[in-house]
Each structure stands twice: as structure tokens, then as C-alpha cells.
Design a protein around this ligand. Sequence first.
Ligand SMILES: C[S@@+](CC[C@H](N)C(=O)[O-])C[C@H]1O[C@@H](n2cnc3c(N)ncnc32)[C@H](O)[C@@H]1O
Length: 343
Amino acid sequence: MQQSDSSAIIALRGWHPAIARAEAKSMFPDSNLSRTDSRRLLIADGESDWNNADLMSGCECVLVGGGIAKWKSIEDLLELIPSDAVNDMAVECWRHEGKIPVATKDIERQIGGLFHDKGSTFNLENPTKRFGVVLDNSAGNVAWGWMIGKGPGKHGWSAMRANKRPFFRPVSLEPRLARAAVNIAAGTSDGFVVDPMCGTGGILIEAALTKRQTLGIDFDPVMIDGTKQNLEWAGVNAEVRRDDATRFELPENLAAVVVDPPYGRNSQGDEKLLEDMLANIRRQNNQCDLVVILPTMAGGEDLDEEISTDIVLPGFNIEAAFGIPVHKSLGRTLIIASASTQG
Ligand SMILES: C[S@@+](CC[C@H](N)C(=O)[O-])C[C@H]1O[C@@H](n2cnc3c(N)ncnc32)[C@H](O)[C@@H]1O
């Protein structure tokens, strides 16, 4: 299937395709996204700002001016790709989900040849334009197009692991999850991203790295100090202050609240704390978008689909929930919610 001019293909990273889809929906709000039979390829109809791909946790890149088809052979693929003379380009081919039996280097060489014959010039180190080809073995598809975004394997999440920060606690959220949560909640809205229980600052760092105004609250002075160290280490600015999540004042221009509260250890106390925090937010802003991340028992995770949850967030409508594996005995649930219209 060739794509029309207004559509693009979104290639997702493999960590959690269902969360990556939710992130894409928030970050490409002017496009209609639909799934393909490949778990990590989406079709986007209608143009959004594709440069948002660079900010995303779950998006390898957007492929524009391309298409998607069942893999048959290199010859068939070459027939489908329209080539022109393009200056300063490179071709990059990578795999999703196992191995379609063809060498990525062969594809790169032969597609390069196609463009070369039209008079294109190449720059393999630092090209201005990159033509991407994804071999997706989950459904035997090949997708291609001009890449916007970093592409596969260059996301640096391992270098950004939370345990490399000067102030680390086992509660620290991993950056790829915190980044996805911030993007899902705030999308392309202006205004503050607020974490009212910021701990070591995992959410704040991702909000600030994506150039959002950022506010963190925690009532533990050790966390406030540690968060400040971590923000400085990450080279970003955020407002951080010691306060109580159940009482603090929200900024007027709010994009979203993203929070990972203590939960489940002292279950009644933790539930009450979560409810009081939500009531404080809801009292001050009746249009608030929210992402809450809660620890759960392992076993409720699903990397491909939304899950159902019996968690209730008073004053908020739950729009979707996702189950995330952490380790043998721990999972997390990420919940997307928005302030409910009634009281
Ligand atoms: C699970 S940790 C957050 C971890 C954080 N997402 C990170 O990446 O480090 C929960 C935090 O809530 C804070 N907290 C608990 N009750 C609070 C309250 N009433 N007001 C503000 N912060 C509170 C704790 O001090 C703790 O730092």
C-alpha cells in the first residue's frame, strides 16, 4: 500500500508499544492514528508536527513520503520506491521483531543504488536526509520513507538510567517511562507540568528536558535537595519546593499533572493521600489532564493493549490504563485520566 501525501508511518520502539501508541496520540494531535497488523507500525493520516518524534520515548521515527507493503523481495521493494535526485542523503534499514530473511546491508546498498542512478549525493556520517526502511517480522511488512526523528537505537535511554544520577533511590522512575508519562499527559499543551510528589525528580527531569515549564513538590526536604542536584546534573531548570501535595497551590497555566505517589505499602493511608491530593488538584482546576503511575502486583502487564483497572480516581475520569512489567514481583499501572465534568 502506498501512502497518500498527507499520511505518514510511525515506527515505535519495542519497549511498550501500547504506551508508545498513547504517547503518539498525544504528541501528534492533528493526525488520526490507526494500527497496522505490525505491532510497532502505525499509520498517521493528517499532518502533525513530526519533529515531536525527537522528544518521544516510544517513537523511533516518522517515515514520510513512503509506504508499507508485505515483504516479498528486494526487487519488489525497489519497484515500490519512487526515487529522485536528493543531496546529502543516506539509507538506513533496520529490523523489528525478528528476522525477515534478507540482509539489511543489501537493502541499504540497493536502495542507495536506486537514488544514485538518479544523481543523488551521499553522506553516511551526518546526512541531511535519511531514507529509512523497517523490516517488520511481526506481520511480514516492510515500511519505508524519509525519516524524521532519531531512528532506532540512538535514544540514549541507557545512558540516562536513573541510577546514574547523583541522587538515586529505588523509587526513582526509569526515564523512558517518565518521558512517556509526561508526553501522554501534556502532549503539545503549553503551561506547567506539575509533579506534586516528585521524589528524586524523575518526572521533572523529563518534563524540563522536553522544554516544558516544570514544577515539583515534595514534603521531604531530603528529596527536594536530591531533586535539585539531579536537575542540575541533567542541565535543566525546574521550580522545586517543599510543600504538601494535598494543599499546595497549582500554577494557573497548567498543562498537566504527572504523579507517581506512594501506594500500596500502607494501603489505607496511601489511598487517602492519593484522594486528598486529587481533591486538591480538582478543587483548583476542573480541566486538568492527569497521568498517575501506581505500583501493582506483577502479572497485570500487557505490552500491546490497554488493560482494565478497578482503581478509582475520585473527581477524574479514567480514559485508559496500561500494565508495565518491572520485575518478578512488581508491576506498575499507568493511568490516563482527566478531570470529570461533575463536581
Ligand atoms: C514514589 S515516590 C516518587 C518517586 C519519583 N517519581 C521519582 O522518580 O523519584 C513518592 C514521593 O511522595 C512524597 N510524598 C509523600 N507524601 C507526600 C505529601 N503529602 N506531599 C508531598 N509529597 C509527598 C514522598 O516523599 C516521596 O518522595
